[in-house]
Ligand binder design. Structure first.
Ligand code: NAD
Length: 432
């Protein structure tokens, strides 16, 4: 039984607001507005299955805040998708976009489904069905979805096509993370891993790390996890453990990441959509569980799977002195307090995984302009955004003597608060 305080994921996420607000210049009214989503939608999605039967799935979309620009955030297909999860993820998106200074608010969507049980055609019907139900809620200037766990470029392409049919005009800017052929951006595939990599490279300079002496564990070997592992491995970092939903593998010598990625990709049954096998079955290495991976004696721990992985149940056993959160919400707020007291440096999700939404922003800009950039231009534009956000937050952390997550929220809240205040505050109220 968990020792965690009994709060929902959304309540836990929102609890960070108060911690950060104590250090930020933000009006109470702005905080009041950020405590709940601006709009939330639940939909039923009827899908004709391949055997002729009808199944009705439940989907959601949350628009947390759009003071700084259209809401932005992914669509998740997962059995655990719930209203509270979607609301929490949308809140994090609001903070993430403000944290790195891109002109978006926060949104998120999802469908409660195990996509691994669907055929490719069923998956397409579900993806298109979801868009039919939320077509009036999203839009290129209101709320712009993207991929998240168990959705990918193929799914985004179907969704953009469906939205364009409904609105009877091609609308690539309604969704990001699309296939390149449908208006996707070069460099979006590895953007989340690359953004985290840029943060790690800044830490490397600050802490004088020698890559060959750095042992790294990566929980979650999907889009985010694979790319950060690939980039770090290329620089000489030792990736000693990786895992997926079925378990992990460990090698004290470190893995050859390009061949691990190839093996993982080759083992997919539904090509380029879903993985049905696990790396544990294809690689000759010591098997470990996901729980064991988190507790390894490593120099750098990269959670890149799902939320609530580091909790009060296991935080006492987490040995890594530095954690870079590629997943959204992998650490609960109670566990976070323990890590902060212990002096573990946590580069928080809203900074560490912001490379993905930043290149999504680039994709949206390119779609609106109808003018496309080279991958070199994407990398050239991404790096300074990540590096300057990293240092701005690091400086707040040091100046205010707070942990890095609180510092990231301070930076984000001040930007959001400024936008909310500019729309009108109690100051303008004249008593008669
Ligand atoms: P993905 O579907 O490509 O990969 C997820 C990986 O996690 C898979 O390898 C899966 O097997 C593994 N996994 C699932 N459950 C697990 C568990 N209980 N333990 C260990 N591994 C498990 O998803 P992704 O896009 O890489 O997203 C991973 C995380 O990164 C999510 O929290 C997501 O919200 C976050 N994120 C992703 C992006 C992006 O651009 N892809 C951007 C920002 C944040």
């Amino acid at each position: 039984m968990s020792n965690e305080k009994a709060t929902s994921l959304f309540d836990d996420a929102i609890s960070r607001l108060d911690d950060a607000a104590a250090h930020a210049k933000i009006e109470a009214e702005a905080l009041l507005r950020l405590r709940r989503p601006k709009a939330f939608m639940e939909v039923s999605i009827p899908v004709r299955m391949d055997d002729g039967t009808l199944r009705v799935f439940t989907g959601y979309r949350s628009r947390h805040d759009d003071s700084r620009g259209p809401a932005k955030g992914g669509i998740r297909f997962h059995p655990n998708v719930s209203p509270e999860e979607v609301k929490a993820l949308a809140f994090w998106m609001t903070c993430k976009c403000a944290c790195v200074g891109i002109p978006y608010g926060g949104g998120k969507g999802g469908v409660t489904v195990n996509p691994k049980e669907l055929s490719r055609l069923e998956l397409e019907r579900l993806s298109r069905g979801y868009i039919r139900q939320v077509a009036d809620f999203i839009g290129p200037d209101t709320d712009v979805p993207a991929p998240d766990v168990y959705t990918n470029a193929t799914v985004m392409g179907w969704m953009m096509d469906e939205y364009s049919k409904i609105h009877r005009q091609r609308t690539p800017a309604v969704i990001t993370g699309k296939p390149i052929a449908l208006g996707g951006s070069l460099g979006r595939d590895d953007a989340t891993g690359r953004g985290a990599y840029y943060c790690i490279k800044e830490l490397e300079k600050l802490r004088d790390w020698k890559p060959s002496e750095m042992r790294v564990a990566v929980q979650g070997f999907g889009n985010a996890g694979q790319h950060v592992a690939r980039l770090l491995h290329a620089d000489g970092y030792k990736i000693v453990a990786v895992s997926d939903s079925r378990g992990g593998i460990y090698s004290a010598e470190g893995f050859d990441i390009p061949s691990l990625i190839k093996m993982k990709r080759d083992s997919r049954r539904l090509e380029a959509v879903y993985c049905h096998e696990t790396i544990c079955e294809t690689v000759d290495a010591q098997k470990i569980t996901n729980e064991e991976l988190l507790e390894l004696d490593v120099d750098l721990l990269l959670p890149a799977a799902l939320e609530n992985q580091i909790t009060t149940d296991n935080v006492a056993n987490i040995k890594a002195p530095v954690i870079v959160e590629l997943a959204n919400g992998p650490t609960t707020s109670d566990a976070d307090e323990v890590l902060a007291k212990r002096g573990t440096l946590v580069v928080p999700d809203i900074l560490a995984n912001a490379g993905g939404v930043t290149v999504s922003y680039f994709e949206w800009v390119q779609n609106k302009a109808g003018y496309y950039w080279t991958v070199e231009e994407i990398h050239r534009k991404l790096r300074p955004i990540m590096v300057s956000a990293f240092h701005a937050i690091y400086e707040v952390m040091e100046n205010k003597k707070i942990d890095m997550r609180t510092a990231a929220y301070v930076v984000a809240l001040e930007r959001i608060g400024e936008a909310i205040a500019a729309q009108g505050t109690a100051e303008f109220f004249v008593k008669t």
